[in-house]
Design a protein around this ligand. Structure first.
Ligand code: ADP
Ligand code: MG
Length: 247
């Protein structure tokens, strides 16, 4: 493990139904500081399970995950402390519907990081400005478009000052005309040096901002390479046929 390694996954397994379903079947991967690791693969290949294991929304059935040098799969580790350092953005926006945007953004920093209301609101406002939504602070989620909701969901994760951002198909549930504005925010984040793990079908995004692309199938990493190499010279038949369908 080099000093710039943020996450190191070794022999990660996640089995369901007593081992009948091997959602993850021996994953070895590293995420270094400032990298954008893009995860691609067919539906059911284990991409979401992989992300959910990284912050222990799913508990692995085997293997280890070191985050910032600490084995977070060790039962003695205080996972809540580490989980706060991993921002997660899901396919559906998961904003609290009965709270304003500002409340959505400040509740966790106040409750979990014990920030004062003023401090939490100041940070939230600064981040809202960065994504061009400062005028929506007092709106409720139902008053926002899908693209706006997803940008707010990203801001909400950023309000916790994460060391890594995990994205699970953040644009898949959006109307096509709103995909761009969300990808734009993600690109901006990447350019600012945020470490990111992104599950996506947006191959343009993978090519443009990915440091590395991981191709998964049947719970395994089949290929891993720079975007240029992976898209131009897929080695396995499985990746070739996957790319033929999505490109
Ligand atoms: P992807 O995100 O690549 O579409 P998933 O990680 O969601 O794939 O799923 C990987 C495999 O694990 C699939 O076969 C899926 O049906 C199975 N799986 C995921 N979550 C569960 C669960 N909670 N119980 C049983 N099987 C699951
Ligand atoms: Mg998924």
């Amino acid at each position: 493990m080099t000093t710039d390694t943020l996450i190191k996954v070794s022999g990660l397994q996640k089995h369901f139904k007593g081992g009948q379903i091997k959602a993850l079947d021996g994953i070895n991967a590293e995420v270094r500081h400032g990298e954008v690791v893009v995860v691609i693969g067919p539906s059911g290949s284990g991409k979401s399970t992989f992300l959910r294991c990284l912050n222990l929304l799913e508990h692995p059935t085997g293997g280890t995950i070191e985050f910032e040098g600490v084995d977070i799969t060790d039962p003695k580790t205080d996972i809540n402390k580490h989980r706060q350092k991993m921002g997660m953005v899901f396919q559906l926006f998961n904003l609290f519907p009965h709270m304003t945007v500002m409340k959505n953004l400040t509740i966790a920093p106040m409750n979990l990081l014990h920030k004062s209301k003023a401090e939490a609101e100041e940070k939230a406002m600064a981040l809202l400005k960065r994504v061009g939504l400062e005028d929506r602070a007092n709106a409720y989620p139902s008053q926002l478009s899908g693209g706006q909701k997803q940008r707010i969901a990203i801001v909400r994760a950023l309000c916790m000052d994460p060391d890594v951002m995990l994205f699970d198909e953040p644009t898949s549930a959006l109307d096509p005309e709103m995909v761009g504005e969300v990808l734009e925010v993600m690109k901006q984040l990447a350019h600012e040096g945020m470490t990111m793990v992104v599950v996506t079908h947006e191959m343009g995004f993978a090519r443009e901002v990915g440091s590395r692309v991981i191709f998964m199938d049947y719970g395994k990493i089949i290929e891993e390479n720079t975007p240029e190499e992976l898209f131009s010279h897929p080695r396995s038949e499985r990746l070739q046929s996957f790319l033929a369908k999505v490109l």
